[in-house]
Design a binder for this molecule. Structure first.
Ligand code: CUA
Length: 359
């Protein structure tokens, strides 16, 4: 359309409906093509060298990357052609000084309209079909997935393994299907590991599936991507991809420790659930300062008029019931109340034994 009129200064085409492309030579096409190639190259460089997304660390992410790059390439081609045509038209067909004439009255160009309808339709259909195939494949967990429950709560993530082991860091084996069952206990949260490319909302009362098949060893951030309250920005943890054999050993080792004497099991629970990040506990070498020092538990229990073990249990399960002086409420996640009973019991025994005789 942009060539109409300008290549027809003598008014060869009759006014009204244009019935054929009014281009008499290929020169404009060559010029537009050259500008388009330059623009495409520029956009390609920005797309390729920009640090947009982390490289895929899972099979599912690899498929998503494929779709992402196909879409990007298609977008770059369309961008380059459209912008090249606009730039060419702006320069070539700009209004000449003293030219007060109107352009020719063009009402449409059927062939051009068919072309610009059919091509995008085909592109969108192909992208939709490819995306549907990828979504279908990405939700396939195979026959023997490792199932992990993901529990979101202001402002922490908890991961529960089939044996009942609960941890604050997600550990997964390399190259095995991992089926996450994601839920929330209070408000909306959203599970996101950028390197795994997928995002899944965590909704109270509902459980959503997400399949991950890690392909790269490493430690990746787990991020909450749904504004869920004041602590939203700190609702982060890590996903660790381990060699399969190492993962099996770790899991067996954890399960053995949890099955041991309550004090030993509690020590493992304390380490697995990130308690040290927020609390000080001399016995564990923990120096966290976000929450009150656990070494002061006996004094706090006495002040609350409860036996030490009962006070510890209450503080874990209902962290907002008694708020230590100088510390805000709603900071300690209640996810630890979801600990299987044996692990909770172990943690209480361990903490009580560790702080006895403290101030
Ligand atoms: Cu949980 Cu944001």
């Amino acid at each position: 359309m942009w060539f109409a009129g300008a290549t027809d200064p003598a008014g060869v085409c009759s006014p009204g409906r244009v019935t054929s492309l009014p281009v008499r030579n290929n020169k404009p096409f060559v010029h537009v093509a050259m500008i388009a190639i330059a623009l495409g190259a520029l956009a390609g460089i920005v797309a390729y060298f920009g640090d947009w997304l982390p490289a895929p660390a899972s099979r599912e992410a690899g498929r998503i990357w494929f779709i992402f790059w196909i879409s990007t390439i298609v977008s770059i081609v369309i961008f380059a052609i459209v912008i090249a045509a606009i730039l060419y038209s702006v320069v070539k067909f700009r209004k000449q000084p003293d030219d007060d004439t109107d352009g020719p009255p063009i009402h449409g160009h059927t062939r051009l309209e068919i072309i610009w309808t059919v091509i995008p339709t085909i592109i969108v259909l192909l992208l939709s079909v490819a995306s549907a195939i990828v979504l279908h494949k990405d939700s396939n967990a195979g026959t023997n997935p490792l199932k992990v429950e993901v529990i979101a709560q202001q402002y922490a993530w908890a991961f529960k393994y089939p044996s009942g082991l609960q941890t604050g860091v997600l550990r997964v084996p390399l190259k095995r299907h991992v089926e996450l069952h994601i839920t929330a206990l209070d408000v909306l949260h959203s599970f996101w590991v950028p390197d795994f490319a997928q995002k899944q909302d965590a909704v109270p009362g509902q459980t959503f599936r997400l399949v991950i098949t890690p392909t790269r060893l490493g430690t990746y951030p787990v991020i909450c991507t749904e504004l869920c309250g004041l602590g939203h920005s700190v609702m982060r943890t890590a996903a660790v991809v381990m060699p399969a054999a190492e993962f099996d050993t770790w899991l067996a080792d954890q399960d053995a420790k949890l099955a041991g004497p309550p004090g030993e099991a509690g020590k493992t629970v304390f380490a697995n659930n990130g308690c040290a990040a927020c609390h000080t506990l001399k016995a564990a070498g923990a120096k966290g300062a976000v929450g009150p020092s656990l070494d002061k538990l006996p004094a706090a229990a006495a002040a609350a008029g409860l036996p030490l073990a009962d006070y510890i249990r209450e503080s874990i399960v209902e962290p907002n019931k008694v708020i230590a002086k100088g510390y805000p409420a709603n900071v300690m996640p209640a996810t630890f109340g979801q600990l299987p009973k044996a692990q909770l019991d172990g943690l209480v025994v361990y903490l009580a034994a560790s702080v006895k005789g403290g101030s």
